[in-house]
Design a protein around this ligand. Structure first.
Ligand SMILES: NC(=O)C[C@H]([NH3+])C(=O)NS(=O)(=O)OC[C@H]1O[C@@H](n2cnc3c(N)ncnc32)[C@H](O)[C@@H]1O
Ligand SMILES: [Mg+2]
Length: 430
């Protein structure tokens, strides 16, 4: 590794110090016998200036470079309030690692073109900010999970059955058998609680969703938790504590990056336990009172959730959904057999569902019946049903869509911008 300093580490109080920088040409302009190059690296930018009278050779080389050329620049630090970061480097040496005559991404590039050249779009400091925020959100999650006594486990991605409905399974040939790409690690986490009690995993989940909405990907990163002895109300408390810590810690560590995307931090600051909780019944009443054509028993889609989120200035829960619109593994509400002990967490500002969670059916016979009611074959879930035969316990868990949470925190207009290489029904390349 060359002994370089990062752009963001060059400060005005380093005036007179000689530094070596390595990065990419972010901006360039020529004024008289001077070339100004704004250099970019992973930390940020800094202005460098090449004066002909200081070094004719370096000046001639600097004149050659194109936008996004990779270069090493050396020079002396000079405080200058006119420079973008209040400091610049008076450069006397430049090594062109690779010159770029024409970088294909221009200011007026369309979203579709940016997705076509996503491998080059990753040069963008704005895209880098999204990835830094996403990484920090997961760093925060790991911090919280460790201090709260959760064990990370590593479930399989090649599986034999559906968790969230057969319609969105990606099927593949597995030697002489059929396998699927995991929709959710949940069932395997439920097995892991018998030894570890509180477990979590971060895995890619796959959904052959044909819905082309702003919040659906066909591959997304799924943070899932499962805990023995917890009921729905316990796991909701875990969810709000975890999400609050993720948001507040990321605000603390990545405020500058978040400011690139949003100016109003109210909802982020409001993200602290306890989150508001409304029942599905209350949600339907609210929607109907706002003129939405929805009846009890119908599922809420993105549009209905968007309207519902207008009532809140923080993430909130909707609990107690009708059984027939929810998954087979959810425990029936003992107080109302029409409902299940399930809760979704919705993000405000129109973003909607970021977490799906529930208490699981822990009774063997009831679970078999639910599988049959859903038109599935209990034989396909024999191992999963065993979990209800050998020391079954009340247990609950949830799945958080990491891209959806990042999309809300950064107010992105589509969840695809929250992932390195988005996968949607129409996008598998690059
Ligand atoms: N361990 C569990 O209990 C998780 C449970 N089996 C599950 O998969 N629930 S979920 O289908 O609501 O998905 C969970 C979350 O996963 C996200 N999710 C779910 N589907 C998607 C798609 N297609 N694209 C992006 N994000 C998605 C979204 O935030 C959901 O709230
Ligand atoms: Mg869901």
């Amino acid at each position: 590794m060359i002994d370089k300093v990062y752009c963001a580490d060059v400060r005005p109080d380093m005036e007179g110090k000689r530094v070596k920088l390595a990065g990419w040409v972010y901006r360039k302009r020529e004024v008289g016998k001077k070339v100004f190059i704004v250099l970019r690296d992973s930390s940020g930018i800094i202005q460098t200036i090449f004066k002909k009278e200081l070094s004719e050779e370096a000046y001639a080389e600097a004149k050659k470079v194109g936008i996004e050329s990779s270069v090493i620049i050396e020079g002396v630090v000079k405080a200058d309030p006119r420079a973008p970061t209040g400091v610049e480097v008076q450069a006397d040496r430049i090594e062109i690692i690779q010159n770029v005559d024409f970088f294909p991404i221009t200011k007026d590039a369309s979203d579709e073109f940016l997705l076509d050249v996503r491998h080059l779009h990753l040069h963008s400091p704005k895209v880098a900010s999204v990835m830094k925020v996403k990484a920090t959100m997961m760093q925060a999650a790991r911090e919280w999970l460790l201090q709260d006594g959760w064990y990370e486990v590593f479930p399989p991605i090649l599986v034999t059955g559906a968790v969230e409905g057969g319609a969105t399974l990606f099927k593949l040939k597995y030697f002489d058998k059929t396998a699927y790409l995991s929709q959710s690690a949940q069932l395997y986490l439920e097995a892991a609680i018998f030894g570890l009690e509180k477990v979590w995993s971060l895995t890619p989940s796959f959904r052959a969703e044909k819905s082309r909405t702003r919040r659906h990907l066909t591959e997304f990163w799924h943070l899932e938790l499962e805990a023995a002895w917890m009921d729905l109300w316990d796991i909701m408390k875990v969810e709000e504590e975890l999400v609050s810590y993720m948001v507040q810690r990321t605000l603390e560590l990545r405020r500058g990056d978040i400011e690139t995307f949003r100016k109003d931090f109210t909802t982020l600051k409001n993200t602290a336990p306890p989150f508001p909780r409304i029942s599905y019944d209350e949600a339907i009443d609210i929607l109907q009172s706002k003129g939405v054509q929805i009846e009890w028993g119908e599922d809420m889609g993105a549009d209905e959730e968007r309207i519902l989120t207008q009532e809140f200035e923080s993430p909130f829960f909707v609990y107690g959904y009708p059984k027939h619109i929810k998954a087979f593994y959810m425990k029936e509400d003992p107080e109302d057999p029409r409902k299940v002990l399930a809760a979704d967490m919705l993000a405000p500002e129109g973003y909607g569902e970021v977490i799906g969670g529930s208490q699981r059916e822990d009774d063997y016979d009831k679970l078999v019946q639910r599988i049959l009611d859903e038109g599935m074959d209990p034989k396909d879930y024999e191992w999963y049903l065993d979990l209800r035969k050998y020391g079954s316990v009340p247990h609950s868990g949830f799945g958080l869509g990491l891209e959806r949470l990042v999309a809300w925190v950064l107010k992105l207009d589509h969840v695809r911008w929250a992932t390195l290489f988005p996968r949607t029904p129409s996008r598998l390349y690059p």
